[in-house]
Design a protein around this ligand. Structure first.
Ligand code: ADP
Ligand code: ZN
Ligand code: ZN
Length: 719
């Protein structure tokens, strides 16, 4: 009798067919005594298509609720087994099962979303070719030949540890593998800690996974790992790779050939049979949260995976997320309602080489206006005192960095006679003026139109840019500092492959005096010659409706400050200036003292009083519809279904459902977006409720108002 195999396919949680997995018969002619191992990849018929599937364990996740043996008649057979690939490990399957359950997806949707895209499209023969190519590549790269070994004997430089680094490594060696927060200022030598820990783990013959927020922004980290351990042992995993490269690197990880895997959030799902260490660099970075489909947090999954596989997890940051910070409060120190520490906290408060952090200074815009008049703010891109600083910096032959988190020339065009504005016709947003190609671009739906010669409403020729983006800032600074060599780094100037690297090299090599950029430039670069950083338009985040905006601003400004004075002899003379209307704001006060701890304390107090994360746990139900009314009606019906759930947290007061509200950008590409916030006292309460609620929504789907899409976002990073 043929065996029934449980197979995950890419179907959403609320699909009619399967919340868990589908049943198939073993492929014709297979050995009956050897059942297909869970984790084996297969191709199966689904409707009229052939799709990739993953053999899933019986009886674990995706169990039939009736507990009955599945009926065999009518079942289709597996088309073929990708047997050249060893099955994915039990630990990997458990990671996927957990992620699916936690983020409220079907295991199939989760699993298939995190496998390399190319793997899902190939058949057994194609896969075998890919594997042959991989092995050929490995042979060619193997450093077996004797003469090469002699050359390779030049051992990579390994600095003597600073006392702080030595202490951190000593603590890391103690006790059971746990999750540790490495809280170290920029330039304190966190990367050296990652390298030493990696070295220790590699020496045991195990694999290391290093997660970074955006690989292209931090080429130096990759370079340092490659330099220390040899580029051939290192594989990258991120969405910037070609599908073929990504599959090759994934295979190298899965087959255990890659000793080090360095990647972005998707790499948290890299199969690593000998995993020994997970590093999450800049753990606070919001890009660890996937923003579409299965919205997982790679940082949080790293902590889970570490526990699951019994390996240490190292979370590094100068400005940890408040979630992580609260989890890392020392034992016994009952900080704001939590006495237990879940993470080990390791601190490196000093910069390497006794380098000081640059002085943070606040330029009070009210004083500038009192002195120069209000018009100076429109006429000058930067307040006059700071232009002076830039001139002095230039005269000393040093570099300056100007940070403005808004790309394009001007955020909006307007008509001076009738007041017309460059509204996007499909979104509730302005179209941004890009001068370089004279276009109006919507940054939400991507629509592009050429700039009109006259006002579309009244015909007046006088249409003017309002406000300032990086493109205009660069132009205006160029006019004020004609002798300075300017460069700009933002999403517009780095679109083509290699252009970011090229521009960074220009800055490094000293061919640039003034660098203008968005937050992209603040992230991880090691700019050695920058001695002046100026942050513009920072105040916007102080009064944002998103409660995490101040946390992000503080991290960004600390990181930006860290760009300055990386060379010890320059550090003392380095400065970061923030232009602000609110110089006495506690955030800026803490920033001036480089005092993350004080900032975190005040934010946590506010969060606790307001009942916000990390003290409560949130989820968003997001709905997209053709019109507001249907989206609202859907959420109304969903609320009623929630209230009808018996014995839930809702009645116990452990859970709050907020009324539906339009999303921050309400309409994108003619689709209306409405969301509803859920707040729970604990993760468990939230999980239990969401699971029950989504089951009901799924069961009642036919009766619910018609919408285009709906999905939950658990632990949303922006609301
Ligand atoms: P972080 O990652 O904390 O910002 P890095 O690891 O980049 O800091 O270290 C800052 C600089 O100090 C780098 O140039 C690094 O090579 C150097 N460095 C790190 N540790 C040491 C050490 N023990 N001795 C000398 N230089 C070091
Ligand atoms: Zn007009
Ligand atoms: Zn648009």
């Amino acid at each position: 009798m043929p065996t029934v195999v449980r197979v995950l396919v890419d179907l959403p949680r609320h699909s009619r067919l399967a919340a868990g997995a589908l049943d198939y018969l073993e492929p014709p002619g297979s050995e009956p005594a050897v059942p297909l191992a869970p984790g084996t990849l297969v191709r199966v018929p689904l409707g009229k298509r052939q799709v990739c599937g993953l053999v899933w364990p019986h009886g674990e996740h995706g169990e039939r609720s009736d507990g009955e043996a599945p009926p065999m008649d009518g079942l289709k057979a597996i088309t073929e087994v990708l047997s050249a690939l060893p099955p994915l490990s039990t630990a990997w399957l458990r990671l996927v099962a957990f992620a699916a359950a936690y983020y409220q997806r079907s295991p199939g949707e989760m699993a298939l979303a995190v496998l390399p895209p190319e793997l899902k499209d190939i058949d057994a023969a194609q896969l075998e070719r890919r594997l042959r190519r991989l092995h050929k590549g490995l042979k060619a790269a193997a450093p077996e030949a004797a003469p090469e070994a002699a050359v390779a004997d030049a051992r990579p430089f390994r600095p003597d540890l600073s006392p702080e680094q030595a202490e951190v490594l000593r603590q890391l060696a103690l006790g059971e593998p746990v999750t540790s927060l490495l809280h170290g200022v920029t330039g304190s030598g966190k990367t050296e800690i990652y390298l030493r820990e990696a070295e220790r783990v590699l020496a045991q013959g195990r694999q290391v996974l290093v997660l970074v927020p955006e690989i292209n922004l931090t080429p130096q980290l990759e370079a340092r790992f490659a330099q220390r351990f040899g580029a051939s042992r290192l594989r990258a995993l991120h969405s910037g790779l070609t599908p073929a490269q990504r599959l090759q690197n994934w295979l190298a990880a899965h087959l255990g050939h890659a000793d080090l895997v360095l990647g972005t959030r998707l790499a948290i799902f890299a199969p690593l049979p000998r995993l020994g260490l997970i590093v999450v660099d800049e753990e606070h970075d919001p890009s660890y949260k996937q923003q579409e489909g299965a919205r997982y947090s790679a940082r949080d999954l790293a902590v889970y995976r570490g526990r699951l596989e019994g390996v240490p997890v190292l979370l590094g940051s100068a400005t940890p997320s408040l979630e992580t910070w609260l989890n890392a409060q020392p034992l016994g120190e009952a900080v704001q309602g939590r006495a237990q520490s879940r993470y080990r906290r390791l601190a490196m408060p000093s910069r390497i080489g006794a380098g000081a952090l640059p002085a943070v200074k606040l330029l009070n815009l009210a004083e500038v206006v009192a002195r120069h008049g209000r018009s100076v703010l429109y006429e000058m891109p930067i307040a006059p005192p700071l232009i002076e600083r830039m001139k002095q910096c230039l005269a000393r032959g040093e570099q300056s960095l100007v940070l403005l988190n808004r790309r394009g020339y001007a955020p909006v065009l307007h008509c001076t006679s009738c007041g017309w504005k460059s509204q996007c016709s499909q979104c509730s947003a302005w179209r941004v003026f890009h001068k370089i190609d004279r276009t109006l671009r919507c940054h939400h739906c991507g629509s592009v139109e050429p700039v009109m010669r006259s006002c579309p409403d009244c015909g007046d020729m006088d249409i003017q840019p309002l406000g300032r983006g990086t493109e205009r800032l660069e132009e205006q600074l160029g006019a004020l500092l004609p002798e300075a060599r300017m460069a700009r780094i933002d999403a517009d100037t780095t679109r083509t492959r290699g252009s970011l690297e090229e521009q960074l090299a220009q800055v490094h090599d000293g061919h640039v005096d003034v660098l203008v950029g968005t937050q992209m430039v603040a992230k991880g670069h090691d700019f050695r010659r920058i001695t002046l950083v100026i942050a513009l338009n920072a105040d916007a985040a102080l009064f944002s409706q998103d409660f995490r905006a101040p946390e992000r601003l503080f991290a960004l400004l600390m990181q930006a400050a860290g760009r300055a004075g990386r060379d010890a002899e320059q550090a003392a003379a380095s400065e970061m200036w923030v232009q602000t209307w609110h110089p006495s704001h506690p955030l800026y006060q803490a920033l001036q003292r480089h005092d993350y701890v004080a900032f975190a304390r005040s934010q946590l107090e506010e969060r606790q009083i307001a009942g916000l994360p990390p003290y409560t746990h949130l989820a968003l139900l997001r709905v997209e519809a053709r019109d507001q009314a249907s989206a609202q009606a859907f959420l109304q019906a969903a609320t009623e279904l929630a209230e009808g759930l018996d014995g839930t947290a809702l009645s116990a007061g452990e859970l709050l459902l907020y009324p539906p509200v339009p999303a921050q950008v309400q309409r994108v590409a003619n689709v209306e977006r409405v969301q509803m916030l859920l707040e729970a006292s604990s993760r468990a309460v939230l999980q239990r409720f969401l699971s029950a609620w989504l089951d009901v929504l799924q069961a009642q789907r036919a009766a619910l108002p018609k919408v285009l899409r709906w999905a939950v976002d658990v632990d949303p990073v922006s609301i």
